[in-house]
Design a binder for this molecule. Structure first.
Ligand code: GLA
Length: 539
């Protein structure tokens, strides 16, 4: 007997080959959000769960008046704990009634009036990290709420996440019904073409006597060709043979190449043998291709699909709100906060504008060095609209020395990181303000090429080089506690295929932090835990 067109031996062999039907395309996520790394302030690092409307407004005023806004810090981001612990009677998110008494829309207006944008926070889970209501399963509703409120940034955490099941339901067919009618057409599974490990199994208890199994974990696919007379919205019903009472089952429904539809079936107790699960899909007049499969082979793809769901809900929500208000679209920059456990640098560009690469930062030097050590390796993954995020700034917090604060800020700028201040701006000191408004460092971070620096030398002194539109930024970072004199062979900049410097005589050198000496090559004295930064500017 032939299975999926394969001879018995070929079929047996195929069982030992690791296969995945990689059907989820990785188009870059383009929502017109922030093109260069985001700049702003967030409540979390200093205020944690003590947030309120006065704090946000007082901080926004300081940002507008102290030169921070002019330096580029325009996002005012409320992190966790802004929410009321319950949704409203229609299931919509609502702010804490006491700490945000006027609600978020009024606050957003006030923040906008200062020339700033309001950011908000939720989680790709059933609750946030502070156990407040969150977005998983409510993506469209919540995206619309945030867009209607006028938010222009969403940080989306990963606490209380529930992984998508890697199992697919057993189906004995599908039904297609024009929405709003009862004129269903049934396509039993004998109509399907199967791929990969998907196979027909006989089952006398269902209509047609056969079910499709093997659609699990990216390993197989069922394809139906459906012809309808008129284009429009249709209901697709998966006709399911019940099994597996303890776990959910999941199917991506890819309609004419668009894989954004899905059906989830909860664990099924077997009182009756069959069940129906539906979603609404658009069909074209004439022939349509519907592919059914479960692409979830592990936790990475599950997270990616869930982040994509919110990412596209945000695009749709901003469009809808622009139509409702007859106004321009206000894009919502989307920040993935999955802490780097599921390699978001490999898929974040398809699901958001920035992605945390590490667990939470702390104003503690050894910990910050671990964060730097991981993030610096990921330089190839930054591009316009898409950035690695080594977490918010701790400049001015904890017991960091002046040189450590400067190194932290300069390294984040070299790594094209989002610059989100995490201190109490109402009490910012002059040295900290001067540091975070350093125009030259900010210009390096915000350079229009959007490239992250590469570590071209690793040692007690690391050397980072960042290609810029008008040249190259170089940072010497002294990781040891004591001051070091360092000699640099600049030829490496020409040889390196990421930096691709021209002949060095074609550049002028400009000091940015500290000073270099240029007699016999390039030399600098770098403070312990400190940096020297300079720029090669094209002549
Ligand atoms: C997680 C995030 C933090 C912060 C908190 C809020 O830990 O990584 O940045 O948003 O949740 O609860």
């Amino acid at each position: 007997m032939k299975r999926n067109g394969m001879c018995p031996i070929c079929y047996l062999k195929s069982l030992f080959v690791k296969k995945t039907v990689d059907e989820i395309k990785d188009e870059p996520y383009l929502n017109n959000g922030r093109r260069t790394p985001l700049m702003g302030w967030s409540t979390w690092n200093t205020f944690a769960n003590h947030v309120n409307e006065d704090l946000i407004l007082e901080t926004a005023k300081v940002m507008a008046e102290s030169g921070l806004k002019d330096a580029g810090y325009i996002y005012v981001n409320i992190d966790d704990n802004w929410q009321s612990g319950t949704r409203d009677k229609d299931g919509n998110m609502q702010a804490d009634f006491a700490t945000f008494p006027r609600g978020i829309p009024a606050l957003a207006k006030d923040v906008n009036a200062l020339g700033l944008k309001l950011g908000i926070y939720s989680s790709n889970g059933t609750l946030t990290c502070e156990d407040m209501p969150a977005g998983l399963g409510n993506e469209e509703k919540d995206a619309l709420t945030y867009a209607r409120w006028g938010c222009e940034y969403l940080k989306y955490d990963f606490c209380h996440n529930i992984k998508i099941s890697k199992y697919a339901p057993l189906i004995y067919g599908i039904e297609i019904t024009p929405l709003g009618t009862n004129k269903s057409e049934k396509y039993l599974c004998s109509n399907a073409k199967l791929e990969g490990f998907a196979k027909f199994m006989s089952c006398k208890k269902v209509e047609g006597g056969s079910i499709i199994s093997g659609l699990d974990a990216g390993k197989g696919k069922a394809i139906f060709k459906i012809t309808v007379k008129e284009a429009g919205d249709y209901v697709i019903t998966a006709l399911v043979r019940k099994y597996g009472r303890k776990y959910d089952k999941y199917l991506t429904v890819k309609v004419n190449g668009d894989d954004s539809y899905s059906i989830t079936c909860p664990g099924q107790k077997k009182i009756n043998v069959t069940a129906r699960f539906q979603t609404i899909i658009p069909l074209n007049a004439g022939e349509n291709t519907i592919e059914l499969f479960n692409p979830v082979s592990g936790s990475i793809i599950s997270a990616k699909l869930q982040y994509k769901k919110m990412a596209y809900a945000l695009i749709n929500a901003s469009k809808q709100v622009a139509e409702e208000n007859k106004a321009d679209i206000k894009p919502i920059t989307f920040s993935i906060c999955e802490w780097g456990f599921r390699k978001p640098w490999l898929w974040g560009y398809s699901a958001g504008n920035m992605w945390r690469t590490t667990p939470d930062i702390k104003a503690w030097w050894p910990w910050m060095m671990l964060i730097y050590g991981r993030n610096v390796k990921l330089y190839e993954h930054a591009s316009p609209y898409h950035f690695n995020d080594p977490d918010m700034l701790e400049v001015g917090n904890g017991k960091l020395s002046y040189d450590e604060n400067m190194a932290h800020f300069a390294l984040w700028c070299m790594m094209a990181s989002p610059l989100v201040l995490g201190n109490d701006l109402r009490n910012i000191t002059k040295p900290v303000l001067d540091m975070v408004t350093n125009k030259e460092l900010i210009a390096i971070d915000q350079d229009s090429l959007c490239k992250q620096a590469k570590r071209i030398i690793k040692g007690k002194v690391d050397v980072l080089a960042k290609p810029l539109e008008d040249g190259i930024a170089v940072c010497f970072f002294n990781k040891s506690k004591s001051q070091k004199t360092f000699k640099f062979n600049q030829e490496i900049l020409i040889k390196d295929d990421y930096i691709c410097a021209d002949e060095l005589s074609g550049y002028n050198i400009k000091n940015i932090v500290g000073e270099i000496a240029q007699d016999d090559g390039i030399k600098a004295t770098i403070p312990g835990h400190g940096v020297v930064v300079f720029k090669y500017i094209k002549k």
